[in-house]
Write a protein that binds this ligand. Sequence first.
Ligand code: B12
Ligand code: SF4
Length: 457
Amino acid sequence: MKIIIVSPPFGENILENKIVSSLDEVKMSEGLPIAPPVLEYLAGLTLKYHPDIEIELIDANREGFKPEEIKTDVVCFTVLTPQSKWVYENADIIRQMGKKVILGGMHVTVLPDEGKEHADSIVIGEAESVWDEVLKDAKNNNLKPFYKGERLSLENLPKPAKGLLKNKYRMGSFFTARGCPFKCTFCCVHKFFGGTVRHRPINEVVEEIVGSPYNSFWNVDDNVWGAGIDRSIELYIELYRELSKSAKGKTWFGSGDLLTIQHKRGDELLRWAKKSGLVYVMVGWETDNERSLDEYNARNKQGKNRRDAIKKIKDHGIDVMLFIMVGGRQDTPDDYKRLLDLCDELDVLPHPMMTTPFPGTDLYDMYKPYLIPEMGWEFYNGNRAVFLHDDPRMSVKNREAALQWLRAEVFTWDRILKRLWSLSFKGFPKTHLTSAIIQLSMGRAFREIRHENPYAK
Ligand code: B12
Ligand code: SF4
């Protein structure tokens, strides 16, 4: 049997947004330099149980995807919310051709019945406990409509399969844990993976990284150190020790909370993280608006002094990107400029996204009465305002324009240079290089956008 596993394109991007239609030529969604993590992992899982199965991996961002050309009998898609429309349309065509479609991932886990309208089978939750059975059933042409994955312990997981992707990528990825103890209302991770953190054994993680052909990685854990500071330090020491043996000098980046940094072992953690190759950390600052912080239930992971925590990370030679959400129902027109000032003060790059109530989250239930029915799932991509705001100044048009303004403003040349200059020499040259690459590649398109701030006084 042969199967195809597809990672869908990122879909509507901000440049297709009518507000910036003058920039149509600029391409944003050419694909990331990172091999889509789920493709190589699911291929590894397939080969663990069924080494006889032939696998084709498709990163539709890079290669495109033509359903009419599919020859294989079984096609699997991973589905995030903004990708669901594209997946369903393609799945319908493939099924009309008499072939089987299997869907899995966050979106169809939350909305399995919606997904089932377009598929033969839906894998709900994590694949590990059911994938062997799904493939056996596919071989016997006897697929069940739903398979419910259990949350197993994370020992003995397969390594991501290499050599199957058609394109070359500069970076790989790894994960060391699943689950999150925090309960941010905009996030579905604690519901999908559970509120207790499960760890992979340290030796298995280290072995995977050391043996990987990639030299830089995205650690796709939700919180690279939030699940236990002692375990994280142990992991970083082991990774450092093994990497120094082979003098490979690999680097990695990932998302981390600020509470852990304020722990008494915080400095020790950062020292070892840096030594193990961490060059960049993405921090969920979320918002500077106190009412929004409460609405998002995002205070717990911040600790008492989040500004100091940011400085501490930077002092260790690790660069910081702040994930911020704008345009939420508690946000005000002043928040955009305030966030820009904050990032100037801290010399960090913000990654501003539109507040989006993803299905299955608590925020979705809270925002349900205000959702705009014409905005389908394809608009749930962090660029668009998909709900109404009570303040008439915070209209859909104004919120989208203000987001574009903020994104362009953070990538002016003077800000890029100031941020690079602010980096500690402890991180030279790898942190500086990574920071420059990230800022330049993200900023290329955004810098061109010259949109007025609708809230400028
Ligand atoms: C890496 C990542 C990305 C990467 C790559 C995504 C990709 N498609 O490969 C990039 C940067 C592209 C990305 C983009 C976005 N992401 Co993202 N991303 C992640 C992250 C950090 C890790 C996912 C990952 O690769 N894990 C490792 C792999 C091995 O595990 P996995 O994907 O979970 O797969 C397992 C199961 O889910 C299941 N499974 C998954 N797919 C399939 C398919 C089949 C057929 C089967 C059988 C099983 C199966 O089996 C696997 C093994 O158990 C998660 C956070 C998280 N904890 O999941 C957010 C996350 C998935 N992203 C999210 C979001 C919101 C986005 C964006 C919309 C950004 C945004 N702010 O608004 C964009 C969407 C882009 C677009 N327009 O389509 C949300 C998902 C919300 C949702 N309902 O869809 C998450 C959960 C973050 C969060 N905290 O909310 N993301
Ligand atoms: S946003 Fe991060 S900290 Fe909050 S629940 Fe999701 S994974 Fe956990």
